[in-house]
Design a protein around this ligand. Structure first.
Ligand code: GLA
Length: 729
């Protein structure tokens, strides 16, 4: 590894000789080697498994092996593929930066002027200038202990007139043999569905124009060796941490280069930089790994290492939304709280419908005072106290960025509604978007939330966001406002957290339409989907785990018949599905039988016993869908304990399913394997369903579990067998 002086200023004569030609960052088992010439922006020469110490000779050799032959019929010089690709070089793919000054300054040519290695960490920052366009560009690249690359770029206007920014994308090259792409798609109540395609010439563009992250967001764009899976194939993936409009794309050139790009998708005229102003891109997180589980593990390690990562046990949630919807009869809610506490719930969440004139979804958003006209004076406080006396935390639903036209707030401040001058946006769920760039609107929302939280000791907010930003213009400037609104939402969350220490916040957006690493810098979990049908949730949670560890994924046990799909599922399957997340209940328990209540309480106990493992363990996923089942596991980092869920998802043409390997255990260690489902019925002894050892458990070495495996019980579809594995020696 080359150690650099802390800062090298290219304008200074004597430091020119020490300007590094290559820079090697290495951390978390990953190396990134950059070519950092004086005349062009940095290029990635290598991004993959750690290379070990490379001295200058080694780096020179790596560089010699890197430079391509010139393309036929191309320009007469090598075209550098830089982190912000530039058109002047002869690069005919998408440029990294696009913008202009009323039609001029449209093709910058940056020369680095300063390169800085932040002392002690694997962070490099580069500043570059272009005197002709009067722009300054900066790029920061950090390779962190989890082996994740965290990058961001900025552009500053040093000219006397305005610079209109069209886009600023960061580009990361991936090797030639990354010839398949995987990303996620989705819609309301069916988020994060994987899709694959070959990495061919052209652009595979995933653009989010919802003004929020989006139920259909790519989440992670992965390129890898054909056929890569959870445990196999070299993969390179990129996630853009942004909750507004964004773009991630995979592009292959006619010359063969393959790049993953990411950046904000700006609306026309949305960012116009005045003299001295700087635009900063969202962060791009990128990971290399062998297989998707190792890649997910890097994201999980990174998130778990943050100081703000939830440290307390993730409490069992009882949310009343699907039990009462807008029918907020106080006595009923009190009964539900009592029932929730009786099965072991630890946090009670009062959802939409508690405020203003909110008797349905067409009125009240913006009027954040409890509906005490209907409940009686002081009854909201009584409810909070009642819940707390039952030993539960109190959580409350807000949708702070939204406003109904039928609300006192909209009647008082029509100018706080985002709009195109002269016309209001088309309504969605009867609501509009509150312009948080308006200082008074910002202050109003902040103080409404903070005062309620403080007055009642509210522990948790479910922060919702239920419509796309359409025609979302600022009423102050008349210009497109999604960029600024998104940054103001972050500011609002930061301000509320600063004023309410200990408050936890959930990111919800019509279910799982706001799942990204920037919102997660200031929230403590996501609501993965409005669909709590366990059959659907298996997939939604499996793929949400590509980015987030289970403790950040809200997963609830719903009613027997799922409200979103009508599918009827056994309680054991609904609960086993919710187990691998931040567990909760969202079911009208007043309609449940006493047997169901007792069984649910057993599942709550099971969650409480296993949450330390599930919430710190390494996630293991395997697909055996051709054999009718999938595997999901959490393995303690020291491999002394694991929990596996074998879920039968289908009825394949051959049966029984055979053996399933339980990967990730210490090959030399002896383990006890036991069924972990809280209750098995009489069928437990049926040899056509369970292997003989099932009742008593099995003692077996790790290498046998890893490589040979155990028989899959012949369960009906939509049933899960849980196996608890503990080190026996
Ligand atoms: C959104 C959320 C739901 C619920 C409703 C309330 O759809 O995703 O969980 O909170 O709003 O209106």
């Amino acid at each position: 590894m080359v150690s650099l002086p802390v800062a090298i200023d290219g304008t200074c004569e004597e430091s020119v000789t020490t300007w590094p030609r290559q820079v090697h960052l290495s951390a978390g088992g990953i190396s990134l080697v950059l070519l950092t010439p004086r005349t062009t922006l940095p290029s990635v020469m290598y991004w993959g498994p750690e290379l070990g110490d490379l001295d200058n000779v080694g780096l020179d050799a790596l560089e010699a092996a890197y430079h391509p032959v010139l393309a036929s019929n191309g320009v007469d010089a090598e075209v550098p593929v830089t982190l912000i690709p530039e058109g002047w070089t002869g690069w005919t793919g998408t440029p990294g930066l696009a913008g202009h000054r009323k039609g001029t300054a449209w093709s910058p040519r940056f020369e680095p002027s300063r390169i800085t290695r932040v002392g002690g960490s694997e962070t490099l920052s580069v500043v570059a200038n272009d005197p002709a366009t009067q722009l300054e560009l900066d790029i920061e690249i950090e390779l962190n202990a989890a082996g994740l690359l965290v990058m961001r770029a900025g552009v500053r206007n040093l000219g006397d007139d305005e610079y209109t920014l069209e886009h600023l994308n960061i580009a990361l090259p991936v090797p030639d043999d990354a010839n398949e792409i995987l990303d996620l798609a989705g819609r309301w109540a069916k988020e994060r569905v994987p899709q694959r395609r070959p990495f061919t010439v052209g652009t595979h563009l995933r653009e989010g124009r919802h003004g929020r992250t989006g139920a259909d967001a790519a989440t992670i764009l992965v390129a890898g060796e054909a056929g890569f899976g959870f445990d196999s194939g070299r993969v390179w993936g990129a996630h853009l941490a942004f909750s507004g409009n964004h773009r991630v794309f995979a592009e292959r050139q006619f010359t063969g280069e393959k790049l993953l790009y990411a950046g904000e998708a700006l609306m026309p005229g949305e960012v116009i930089l005045a003299t001295g102003e700087r635009y900063q891109s969202p962060k791009l997180y990128a990971a290399h790994a062998i297989g998707l589980d190792e890649m997910a593990g890097r994201f999980h390690d990174h998130l778990r290492a943050r100081p703000q990562h939830p440290q307390s046990v993730r409490p069992v949630v009882m949310n009343v939304w699907e039990a009462v919807y807008f029918d907020h009869d106080l006595e009923r809610i009190i009964d539900l709280a009592t029932l929730g506490a009786s099965v072991g719930a630890e946090r009670f969440v009062l959802d939409d419908g508690w405020f203003g004139n909110r008797t349905g979804d067409s009125a009240g958003l913006g009027d954040w005072t409890p509906r005490e006209a209907a409940w009686g004076e002081g009854r909201f406080g009584d409810l909070v106290r009642y819940v707390k006396n039952l030993g539960m935390q109190f959580g409350l639903w807000f949708e702070p960025e939204m406003i109904n036209e039928d609300s006192d707030l909209a009647r008082a401040h029509p100018e706080w509604i985002m709009q195109v001058p002269g016309r209001l946006p088309v309504e969605a769920r009867h609501q509009q978007v509150l312009d948080l760039t308006h200082p008074d609107a910002f202050a109003y929302i902040k103080s409404s939330i903070v005062s309620l939280v403080r007055q009642h000791g509210i522990d948790f907010i479910k922060w919702d966001h239920n419509r796309d930003l359409v025609d979302a213009g600022s009423t102050r400037t008349g210009r497109a406002g999604i960029h600024e609104q998104t940054l103001r939402v972050y500011k609002l969350l930061d301000a509320i957290r600063a004023e309410c220490p200990g408050l936890e916040i959930e990111s919800c957006s019509s279910g799982g339409a706001r799942v990204d690493l920037e919102i997660l810098e200031r929230t403590d979990r996501v609501w993965a989907s409005d669909c709590i049908d366990a059959h659907e949730r298996q997939g939604i949670q499996r793929w949400t785990m590509q980015l987030l560890p289970p403790e950040l994924i809200g997963s609830h046990v719903g009613a027997e018949r799922a409200h979103t799909t009508g599918r009827k599922l056994d309680l054991s399957f609904r609960a086993a599905t919710a187990l691998f997340g931040h567990f909760g209940i969202e079911w009208d328990l007043s309609a449940a039988s006493s047997e169901e209540i007792a069984e649910l309480a057993r599942w709550v106990d099971l969650y409480k016993r296993h949450r330390p493992l599930i919430h710190t363990g390494r996630v293991i996923r395997r697909d055996h869908e051709d054999r009718g089942f999938t595997l999901l596991g959490a393995i303690r980092p020291d491999r002394a304990e694991a929990l596996f869920a074998i879920t039968v998802v289908d009825r394949p043409v051959t049966w029984p399913a055979g053996r399933v390997q339980l990967p990730g255990l210490d090959p030399a260690r002896l383990y006890r394997v036991r069924s972990a489902n809280p209750r098995f019925d009489a069928e437990e002894n049926d040899p056509r369903i369970y292997p003989e050892w099932w009742g008593d458990g099995l003692t077996v070495r790790g290498d046998v579990l890893n490589n040979v495996g155990v028989q899959v019980p012949a369960l009906n579809p939509d049933h899960t067998a849980l196996l608890h594995v503990t080190a026996a020696s």
